[in-house]
Design a protein around this ligand. Structure first.
Ligand code: FES
Length: 547
């Protein structure tokens, strides 16, 4: 056992003495040592309940091994969105993964169970487990229920646009604020947390049927109470996380996320996970996948249903079985049960169709919401999300902003003309730094009611709650003198999601000429933001640190 380095032999007396002081008994030193990484925090409803889940996990683990709970930090995207705090959001993924790596290696744990419930701590947990590469399980904290009148966090952001365009008054805004988010759990639509939780289950590192569970439910507690035996089996059979996650399992996850209209953030996170495990996954691979898939789900943000509605309709197991039977998924990928995806689904029926998940032959949208684009405005590639009936091709004139704040001020105070392409730049991984989410400007456009006539492009990224005609992750970013940096007001741009192009209509000579006059509008950064700026990989590689 790896943990013998701190638990066995007379010369480890000092280590054991320390552990006895935190509750270890002599018998515990003979067992596998399991690190339980908890992202519990009172700063956000997404993680508010995770201390209860971690205790249930510890109880389950202690029947077979010895579990020790430790905490990581967390950042709430719902709270940091639209302000400078968001610069720390994607960066928090690196801190969380590094803290898990640090504690697990310093403590010589034999395996890890991590519990996450918010946009960045889910991929943070997964990346941390990948870095240490031990037998590992991820547990999702679960989704929150919708608020009064079927509202949620995105309703609050969008009501701001309505308030500023005088569609609702301050009292109505206050009522939405008070009634939208009640209880614990992750944001309730097919936003980033739920998308990544589904991805975790499909790549095989969560137990089957546990990504779609309400945070405050018996099933979520049962999920935690079931993991002790599972982690013990993984240890006995020495099944590590890199035996489970591979190219095919990541493709499986990407396919399901795309079909369900999931968050564009998953692209960043899955690229990072692949990168961490030396799996050769590129934006071009993802382009091939999303090009050939429709959108079949009516989930929020662009649809009408919440994840809790999908849970009430029976979850996604039947849908996975259907995808397996039409050979869309690779069923041979190993999972934490010690069985393959196909074996896990053996007893599941394939009759999945319901009010939320449509027949794949009669989809909600024939094309996928997520498209990977390339062109002279983004040579390394970018990620678009075309959620509704806005069309597949958008021509427009640029309106340039060098920060999110500039754009928000303009959107709230000015009339925005049809066919405008709002460009928000110097918000990339280095430029921000931190690659902020543009939920506030996209929500403002929706609240004002101009969603169909306006596109928004950025070297930043989007919350899973953003919808409309939006393109993010533009790479190279403005800070790296990417082509987005040379744009001026009223440049003509075409976003063509049929042919996967993003084209700036000026010639090559003019692009080179304009680059001579590059001005860096990025803000001065300090502390860990500066560390991120100096060490982050391009967004086409997932925006992780270069380790
Ligand atoms: Fe945590 Fe949305 S802010 S899941």
């Amino acid at each position: 056992m790896r943990s013998n380095l701190i638990t066995k032999w007379p010369d480890k007396a000092a280590n054991r003495a320390m552990l006895r002081a935190v509750g270890y008994k002599t018998n515990d030193f003979l067992k596998y040592q399991i690190g339980i990484a908890s992202t519990w925090s009172n700063i956000t409803p997404c993680n508010n309940h995770i201390n209860i889940l971690s205790k249930a996990v510890e109880y389950s683990v202690n029947k077979y091994c010895k579990g020790t709970i430790f905490n990581t930090i967390t950042v709430s995207d719902g709270i940091s969105n639209g302000n400078l705090g968001m610069k720390y959001s994607l960066l928090s993924r690196e801190i969380i993964s590094s803290s898990i790596e640090t504690v697990c290696n310093a403590q010589n744990f034999d395996s890890i169970i991590s519990i996450g419930g918010c946009d960045k701590n889910i991929p943070g947990c997964i990346l941390g487990m990948c870095k240490v590469n031990l037998p590992s399980i991820f547990i999702y904290g679960g989704t929150i229920l919708p608020g009064k009148n079927r509202t949620d966090i995105v309703s609050v952001f969008e009501s701001l646009g309505k308030y500023y365009s005088n569609k609702i008054n301050e009292k109505q805004l206050l009522n939405i604020e008070k009634d939208s988010i009640i209880g614990s759990g992750s944001c309730s639509g097919m936003y980033t947390a739920n998308s990544m939780a589904i991805a975790a289950e499909i790549i095989g590192i969560s137990l089957p049927n546990t990504s779609l569970q309400n945070a405050q439910s018996i099933n979520k507690i049962l999920n935690c109470l079931n993991v002790g035996k599972i982690i013990f089996n993984l240890l006995k059979n020495n099944i590590k996380i890199n035996d489970i996650i591979n190219y095919n399992s990541i493709l499986n996850a990407l396919k399901v996320i795309s079909l369900l209209g999931g968050s564009t953030n998953c692209i960043l996170h899955l690229l990072s996970i692949a990168n961490c495990l030396n799996i050769n996954l590129t934006l071009k691979d993802i382009k091939k996948i999303t090009n050939n898939l429709p959108t079949i789900s009516d989930l929020k943000p662009s649809g009408v249903y919440f994840i809790s509605d999908l849970i009430n309709c029976g979850g996604i197991q039947k849908f996975l079985k259907f995808l397996l039977e039409i050979n869309l998924l690779n069923g041979d990928c190993l999972t934490v049960t010690g069985k393959t995806l196909k074996e896990n689904l053996y007893n599941v029926k394939n009759n999945y169709i319901n009010k939320i998940l449509k027949n794949i032959n009669f989809p909600l949208k024939k094309t996928n919401q997520i498209k990977i684009l390339f062109g002279n405005l983004s040579i390394n590639g970018c990620v678009s999300k075309i959620s509704g009936k806005e069309g597949e091709v958008f021509y427009g004139k640029s309106k340039i902003f060098n920060s999110e704040e500039e754009s928000i001020e303009y959107i709230y105070k000015n009339k925005i003309f049809k066919n405008t392409i709002i460009v928000i730049r110097f918000e990339g991984p280095k430029g921000g730094p931190g690659m902020r989410e543009m939920l506030t400007p996209t929500s403002a456009l929706i609240g004002i009611g101009v969603k169909k006539d306006i596109a928004l492009i950025t070297d930043g990224r989007f919350s899973g709650g953003s919808h409309g005609f939006v393109v993010g992750h533009i790479s190279p970013e403005a800070y790296d003198k990417g082509e987005i940096s040379i744009l001026k007001n009223n440049d003509i741009i075409m976003i063509d999601t049929i042919n996967n192009n993003i084209i700036l209509f000026i010639n090559e000579k003019n692009i080179i000429y304009r680059k001579k006059f590059f001005i860096n509008y990025s803000k001065i950064s300090f502390g860990i933001l500066n560390l991120y700026r100096n060490n982050v990989l391009d967004s086409s590689l997932g925006s992780s640190f270069k380790y």
